[in-house]
Design a protein around this ligand. Structure first.
Ligand code: ADP
Ligand code: GLC
Length: 478
């Protein structure tokens, strides 16, 4: 089966979050099931080296205001198609935000162009290769089925994958012509969303199948609380919606070989983790102690619930715990965690920024990873935590609910616990979960058994890759 992925980021080339990890990992898993996957992403400056090695396989005289081409290149086991459109993507800074911290003002055109190019490849192919199915990821690729509709004729089916419904790509209706969209599609059954152009809405309304990244999130999306205005549409398309759990790249995330660690280890050599812990203590200015070392690796946004963690810090420190936090995002949260590391000097350490190597070290040396998200479509850091024996302490929502087995009495008796869950998602219950974690940590045998079990928990892509193939097959049978 030939598959075209359309997305806005892909690890290890360009990453702002879990979307990139997934786009960089699924194609390899699908390839080992016999599929031929090509990944279309914009050619941002970070990809300069890749682009230089690319072979031009398609050209556009004028793609929304300037010339563009598609460069094909194989790298890191992936077959990449880079949309090289300097007027849209060749700019410094973040891939989504301008220097002022606001969305680039032309983000509508930037990602309409991505979708348009995807639709073009879907129908015309490149060098004799055409996709059987297109998998569009998140709002940035949401217009793929809209442009396919406009082209008409025989077009491949589209599977739309929701990684996070909080980001919908809503733009003013006056932009319709600038985006090359026909007025006939601007209806509630098409791309219109409460008077605006909805990129994700378009993808959900016009695609053959819809997937999201965990079974629990697939169910949550049907409710007003989690569906964020699109729950009605999704309830209407329930038969076409399926949740498929994310996996992780087992080569990139392996405590036995990870270069970012001071000491590598396995379930049989857990003691080596202590060397990584000492390195974290040194880098975060933490005083060694007997209680658990918690870490956080996260975007700092209200989704991630870290404001609740701020409320719980007195309790965390009071129970003998320590915290190392790596993150960046909302300025108020950044400031609050820097303040906390001054107030609880030696017990709380904060590094503001995005640092891939440090994120690996934190998984390699911490005892537990805290993820108190208000909603979490899947979440990857708890999966890395499981693989590294860094026990996840998580809110019971979305993919967090589907991947961590809470150490309640029944699970402890049945020897199946791999972490701690809490619900409802409030500061009070998070505080309780932290206290429970500290109590479990004080029982070294129980804790070590949980670590070994967590490290055995299957977090690869095999099962999920097979599930994606089933969805692609059913999309073809539409
Ligand atoms: P989301 O995509 O919502 O941010 P995920 O848990 O799915 O959440 O994925 C987050 C990814 O980004 C993980 O690979 C995580 O390690 C990484 N990450 C988040 N914040 C940072 C940071 N400050 N430095 C390095 N990596 C980070
Ligand atoms: C989104 C979600 C996260 C998920 C990731 C990859 O960023 O917030 O929960 O793991 O996409 O699917």
């Amino acid at each position: 089966m030939n598959l075209l992925f359309v997305a806005s980021e892909c690890a290890p080339f360009v990453k702002t979050g879990g979307l990139a990890d997934v786009i960089g990992a699924v194609p390899k898993a699908l390839a080992s099931e016999g599929a031929d996957v090509r990944v279309l992403i914009p050619a941002y400056p970070a990809l300069a080296e890749l682009i230089a090695n690319g072979k031009t396989v398609a050209e556009f005289g004028d793609l929304f205001g300037g010339p563009a081409r598609i460069a094909a290149v194989e790298a890191e086991g992936l077959q990449m198609l880079l949309l090289d459109a300097p007027h849209l993507y060749d700019r410094p800074g973040s891939i989504y935000l301008g220097p002022n911290g606001q969305d680039w003002p032309d983000n509508d055109v930037r990602f309409a162009a991505l979708s348009y190019a995807g639709a073009q490849i879907a129908t015309e192919g490149i060098e004799g290769w055409t996709p059987d199915v297109v998998n569009a990821h998140d709002w940035q690729a949401g217009l793929v089925p809209a442009y396919l509709r406009q082209q008409g004729g025989r077009t491949p089916p589209v599977v739309m994958t929701i990684h996070n419904i909080a980001f919908q790509g809503l733009f003013d209706a006056t932009r319709l012509a600038a985006l090359g969209l026909q007025a006939e599609l601007f209806t509630p059954h098409g791309i219109e969303y409460f008077g605006k152009i909805g990129f994700l809405k378009a993808g959900l309304a016009l695609s053959e199948k819809i997937t999201t990244v965990s079974p629990t999130y697939a169910a949550e999306l049907l409710t007003p609380e989690f569906g964020m205005g699109l729950d009605g549409l999704l309830r209407g398309r329930q038969a076409d919606l399926i949740g498929i759990l994310n996996g992780i790249d087992l080569d990139a995330w392996d405590p036995g070989t990870d270069d970012a660690l001071v000491a590598n280890y396995s379930a049989r050599s857990l003691k080596a983790k202590a060397k990584n812990k000492a390195e974290i203590e040194a880098r975060f200015g933490l005083t060694p102690g007997d209680g658990p070392l918690f870490c956080v690796v996260s975007r700092l946004t209200s989704q991630k619930g870290l404001d609740m963690l701020l409320e719980c810090l007195p309790g965390l420190v009071g129970h003998g715990g320590r915290l190392a936090l790596l993150g960046s995002g909302e300025p108020e949260l950044e400031r609050a965690f820097i303040d906390a590391s001054n107030r609880y000097a030696g017990a709380v350490g904060t590094i503001i920024g995005y640092d891939e190597e440090m994120s690996h070290l934190l998984q390699g040396g911490s005892d537990a990873i805290l993820i108190p998200s208000r909603f979490e479509p899947c979440g990857l850091t708890q999966l890395y935590g499981l693989r590294y024996g860094t026990l996840p302490v998580v809110a019971r929502t979305g993919g967090l609910a589907d991947t961590v087995i809470d150490a309640n009495e029944a699970a402890l008796l049945a020897h199946c616990a791999t972490g701690v869950q809490f619900a409802p998602v409030t500061a009070t219950m998070l505080g309780h979960a932290i206290a429970r974690t500290c109590a479990l940590f004080a029982q070294p045998k129980v804790w070590a058994a949980m670590m070994r079990r967590a490290m055995r928990h299957p977090v690869g892509w095999d099962l999920s890759a097979a599930a994606y193939l089933d969805v692609y097959k059913s999309a073809l049978e539409r």
